[in-house]
Design a binder for this molecule. Sequence first.
Ligand SMILES: Cc1ncc(COP(=O)(O)O)c(C=O)c1O
Length: 457
Amino acid sequence: MKLTPRQQQLVQRTFLDYQSTADFLECPLVIERAEGLRLWDTEGREYLDAIGGIFVAGLGHRHPRVMEAMRRQMERATFVPPLHGISDVTLEFIDKLGSIAPGDLRYAKPVSGGSEAVETALKFTRQYFQQSGRPGKYKFVSVYLGYHGATFGAMGASGTGRRKTRFEPQMPGFLKVLPPIALRDRFSSWDETCRFAARLFEDVIVNEDPATVAGILVEPISNTAGIQTPTSEYFRILREICDRHQVLLIFDEVITGFGRTGKMFAAQTFGVTPDILCAGKGISSGAVPMGALLAREDLGEAFAGPAGSEVNFAHGHTFAGNPLAAAVGIAVIDEIVEKRLDARAAELGEYLVGRLERLRALGCIREIRGKGLLRGVEFAEDPAAGRPFPADRKLGKILKRVALEQGLILRVDPDWFAVAPPLIATEAEIDEIVDRIEQCLTLSLERMHSPAQRSET
Ligand SMILES: Cc1ncc(COP(=O)(O)O)c(C=O)c1O
């Protein structure tokens, strides 16, 4: 699309997430309207959204039930003063979250996004140990290549080098191990890789001194690691390590929650219950900014003292537990539960993989990963040898531009892309998504091999 001079000026007065304004201006996108799997720019051009915005619109954009819940709540209250009270609808939402949570994660605090959920989990964990007689436990172990958010604590736990190094020094107390995907070429099977990678956590905890380690924080399926999908055994080993060393297991389910992996949470997909779970993105299907902390009910008890004792969780956000957001959250959960959209994601995910397999014929696919409706496709110049494209010829860089030009929204990295259609997608829409991906990949490969085009990318 072409920006108007005014749009162009205004774009230069803000910034786009994790991308240069100059790059954005070469291939800009200003959205005016969204519905279901479709977006329209300000010139009226239609885009197919194959990633729900960015793993957000699980029910599609502007789902009627969610819109109706918002309208109804707008007539009642849109803000409740958090230092004085809590809204009735927020209490109902807490109950609703508890009803779908894995295990007994019925202690809940709704917040305004994924980073806030992670930040809340980190502070909750540290204060929990302070208040339960183990104040020395404050360190967190997470993985390189993982992403937990943009705020300082969440960034400290993230392992995405270039997104962090400009803000150093980082918060102290955050340790990292390599994730399975970074180790896979050293082992003969994925099972073995995951087993080894899980045990690295224990090596760090033991060498640091378990009396200083508070939590392990992991994404069950990591987007920034290329839709890395560990085995269930990986999470079982983490659970055992945490239990052995009195360390809390924290799942960052900002992407994987709310039906995306074929069950309500990836904890249920992998059959391992964490002590704390961070939610975001799909929790509101994009209708309002929202996230949530879920925790074991008995952990919450550490924050309950007698009146006047000053025992409380020293944390809060003005918009946390917002009633409008709570009404949205209830509608999203009700829709997923009543229509069994999590089970539908499992079924449709198998259908999606079947269609994606066809891309292998293009000769540039190394691996297809993921669960349910969260899938990643990795590129390689030589798929059999696992040799990636060289730095000056990254297929993903070309695809990112081509897809936007062709009106397709995907999450594209230089070496892979992710596709995560809304849970309400039909088989025909999945077909359309994969056909469009195939078209865009074919065009990208042509562009890569055409000398004139190559100099442009
Ligand atoms: C796994 C994960 N955790 C946390 C976050 C941070 O969420 P937000 O951008 O809503 O602050 C993200 C965002 O992409 C994420 O993917």
